[in-house]
Ligand binder design. Structure first.
Ligand SMILES: Cc1cc2nc3c(=O)[nH]c(=O)nc-3n(C[C@H](O)[C@H](O)[C@H](O)COP(=O)(O)O)c2cc1C
Length: 321
């Protein structure tokens, strides 16, 4: 087939989305061998058979064809780097990778989304590839989002939204379902801000004080009015008395009557401590999502903020100092 046609053919095959696996075995000297493979597929349930195909020009060919066993590791979304490493020919792919010999002696990597340990049952000629069929002697699955491959790029799974056209709000009876976006946003806000509110109470502070410090950390000096305007939408704008109280507490100071207030060292410290607390809380939450889910969530929230607050000032202007 001419080069151009080969490229087109590869591209056409790439339109079939797959997972990504690393297949491992041992060579004649007992060294661990492994290759990244997306050609993995199921064959039979009884007997339990799986297959994958290995390029004939692969360095690992002799090992896979002679060992009599292999293990297939389905990779999780966080294992893109490992996939790339095992896709580079001939490198020392196993250095710094945690593994141990499996049931049939194929190397078993500690990290994976699923594992199939196989005895090699058949090998078929498949043009420039060899099709290896293995009988699964042991398998394991974990609750991990899989790494995907499509159109020559890595991808992540995006679950399809539930196709639920039912009404989320019943205004006649005053009821709503947990699919009601307004409820979800409010509840997420209450729950995610609760630890911060508790932390502030512990520090002898309040949400009003914290938001005032946050606004001044972005831009200062600001007058009483300007602080109020910037925080009106939160329902936590500081009462004039609070700014005086914060001044007495040395959290803020009035730079001058016209220009307004700026942060004091104590105020900056309180703000930074609470901010760090919020950041740690976010990191714990973020661990449960893929990078793509987080990016998309942020995008959606930004749009909601934009659409629901045309009259709300944009506070997030980094200070120069
Ligand atoms: C996502 C992805 C999927 C791959 N799938 C296969 C495959 O199914 N079969 C194969 O032989 N090579 C596949 N490769 C290429 C091999 O991993 C690569 O050629 C590897 O360098 C072979 O290693 P070796 O020459 O050290 O044996 C894939 C590579 C990537 C990045």
């Amino acid at each position: 087939m001419p080069q151009d046609d080969q490229r087109n053919f590869r591209n056409a095959l790439g339109s079939f989305a797959t997972g990504v696996t690393i297949a491992t075995t041992k060579d004649g000297d007992g060294n661990p061998i492994g290759v990244t493979a997306s050609s993995f597929n199921s064959v039979s349930v009884d007997p339990p058979l799986v297959l994958w195909s290995l390029a004939k020009n692969s360095h690992s060919r002799a090992a896979f064809c002679q060992s009599g066993h292999f293990a297939v590791h389905v990779l999780s979304a966080s294992q893109e780097n490992l996939s790339n490493r095992f896709a580079r020919s001939g490198e020392d792919k196993f250095s710094d990778v945690a593994w141990s010999p499996g049931k049939l002696d194929s190397p078993v990597l500690d990290e994976h989304a699923a594992l199939f340990q196989c005895r090699t049952r058949h090998q078929y000629e498949g043009g420039d590839h060899i099709i290896l069929v293995g009988e699964v002697v042991e398998y394991e699955t974990r609750e991990e989002a899989p790494l995907l491959f499509h159109g020559g790029s890595y991808a992540e799974r995006r679950p399809r939204p539930k196709n639920d056209s039912g009404e989320t709000v019943d205004t006649e009876h005053g009821r709503f379902t947990d699919d009601f976006l307004f409820y979800l946003i409010s509840r997420a806000h209450f729950q995610t801000s609760r630890p911060t509110r508790e932390k502030l109470a512990e520090l002898g502070s309040s949400m009003e004080e914290y938001l005032t410090l946050a606004v001044l950390s972005m831009e200062a000096p600001l007058t009483r009015n300007e602080i109020g305007q910037r925080l009106n939408h939160t329902g936590h704008a500081p009462a004039p008395r609070l700014l005086d109280y914060m001044t007495r507490k040395k959290l803020i100071r009035e730079v001058d009557r016209v220009k307004g207030f700026d942060l004091e060292e104590e105020g900056r410290k309180l703000f930074v401590e609470t901010l760090a607390f919020g950041k740690a809380f976010e990191a714990d939450l973020a661990d449960h999502f893929t990078a793509a889910e987080l990016a998309e969530t942020k995008q959606v929230l930004r749009r909601i903020i934009e659409l629901s607050g045309e009259d709300v000032p944009i506070n997030w202007r980094a200070r120069e100092d």
